[in-house]
Design a protein around this ligand. Structure first.
Ligand SMILES: *Cc1c(COP(=O)(O)O)cnc(C)c1O
Length: 443
């Protein structure tokens, strides 16, 4: 793109810093009160309820095929864990103050695919399978869905294809669940996808096609191949409302965990959620869900790598997916493999425009330091990209966050706050790769 877009961008000074690869904190000047903001979004609470009901219908099938979900009766849900030692260590090492309580949402430990993609990705495959089965008169909504595990159903789904482009974790979720149902599943993997993810997928029966290019290319070819085949369904990470709703269910389910942990969210007890962002679907869906349930009392921030801050450049400039990080002279390359995305989802950017509180960018070396800190203090391993989430609480001391807290009249409520960094992946990382990560120092 020629450089004339600079004449049309908002937040020019901030974006100049972004283009120099600097860490920035952007507070969303378009944030509105939740009620007003939601009127402009044509996805509703009823859609989240519908998604949750579908996951409940499939729970008996999931429990049967993935016995590790038995303890949760076939629901794929992750622990919410208080991490006070990490909180203290973050305060000390990063010279910050994190008033209130720090909890980790461990989507890193979601069953089946070990990342946040087990919410959206698996949900979309299940919805497609249900749609096909209904369309072909194979089931009624009231049936026992364990029939989806039968050889007859596997044979039926064997005539259909599912395709997806992925940097890794989405491919794992779509691939594993599609293969379990009997679909012919093709995962188009970008160059930055890790070898162990490709190996694991092939072992589960998915076809993996590798690209020398980045994520956008893998998506583009995947979409083209799929569109040319009437028996093929393409999971569109950039535009899928279905994926988005699968992620949004997280907010509905977390209410029970809040009750169990004595967590109150109201006008005097603010909730802060910090989520690493790639193309935007997972953090966008989670944000939408949280704003639906907790309204103005929840404040959601995204984290992105300084070389791939695609949602930041899209939203802060006001140009959304018209521009990509390469337009700003950035490489798009990062150690945070789940976040190596150059152009954000236009659908997500537009949907969260008035409900997201802000986006912070950070340099790659922090994520390894934070990963080691979490292992040392709490004995929890999550993948490096997921550790970007801790950059949120670290920034509480920043002038931008201090102003946000003041502007939102939160100053005297911060001691009641709950902070949730969203651990987006990690439990499937093989032991030898963990060791490698633990010994990676970029600075
Ligand atoms: C996919 C992913 C994200 C971000 O999700 P998007 O939908 O791409 O924004 C964050 N962390 C990890 C580990 C991921 O796999």
């Amino acid at each position: 793109m020629d450089k004339s877009f600079w004449n049309r961008v908002k937040n020019k000074a901030l974006l100049e810093d972004v283009s120099k690869g600097r860490e920035v904190n952007w507070i969303n000047e378009n944030l509105k009160d939740t009620e007003t903001a939601m009127q402009a979004i044509n996805i509703t609470m009823a859609d989240i309820d519908d998604a949750e009901a579908r996951l409940i219908r499939f729970a008996p099938f999931i429990q049967k095929v993935f016995p590790e979900t038995a303890s949760q009766n076939g629901l794929i849900e992750s622990p919410l864990t208080e991490i006070p030692k990490m909180q203290k260590q973050l305060e000390e090492v990063y010279h910050t103050a994190i008033p209130g309580h720090l909890f980790l949402k461990q989507d890193s430990h979601l069953a089946i695919s070990g990342s946040v993609k087990a919410r959206g990705g698996i949900y979309e495959v299940l919805k497609h399978a249900e749609d096909l089965a209904l369309e072909h008169g194979k089931i009624k909504l009231t049936d026992d869905y364990t029939v989806f595990a039968s050889p007859k159903f596997k044979e039926f789904f064997g005539q259909f294809k599912i395709q997806v482009g992925s940097t890794g974790n989405l491919g794992l979720s779509i691939g594993i669940m599609s293969a379990a149902l009997g679909f012919h599943v093709i995962v188009h993997m970008s160059a930055d996808a890790k070898q162990w993810k490709k190996d694991l997928l092939r072992q589960r029966g998915a076809e993996v096609i590798e690209y020398a290019d980045d994520y956008s290319k893998a998506v583009e070819v995947g979409r083209k191949n799929s569109d040319a085949d009437p028996m093929s369904y393409f999971v569109d990470d950039e535009n899928s409302v279905t994926l988005f709703l699968g992620y949004a269910v997280a907010a509905k389910r977390i209410q029970k965990q809040f009750a169990e942990n004595g967590i109150v969210v109201d006008a005097d007890h603010p909730l802060f959620v910090y989520i690493p962002c790639g193309v935007g679907g997972a953090p966008g869906g989670v944000t939408f869900g949280f704003k639906q349930f907790f309204g103005d009392n929840v404040h959601v921030f995204f984290l992105e790598p300084t070389q791939a801050p695609c949602m930041l450049v899209g939203m802060a400039s006001g140009l959304q997916n018209e521009i990509c990080v390469q337009d700003f002279g950035l490489s798009g390359q990062t150690h945070a493999d789940g976040l190596a995305v150059g152009r954000a989802s236009g659908f997500v950017g537009a949907t969260i425009n008035h409900i997201l509180s802000g986006i912070f960018s950070l340099e790659d070396y922090h994520i390894y330091d934070l990963m080691r800190m979490l292992v040392d203090t709490e004995d929890i391993f999550i993948e490096p990209s997921a550790c970007a989430s801790f950059w949120g609480p670290i920034q509480l001391k920043s002038p931008e966050m201090q102003k946000y807290i003041k502007d939102n009249a939160l100053t005297d409520k911060m001691q009641n706050a709950v902070h949730i960094p969203w651990a987006t992946g990690g439990s499937l990382v093989p032991e030898e790769i963990r060791k490698e990560y633990m010994q990676t120092y970029l600075k």
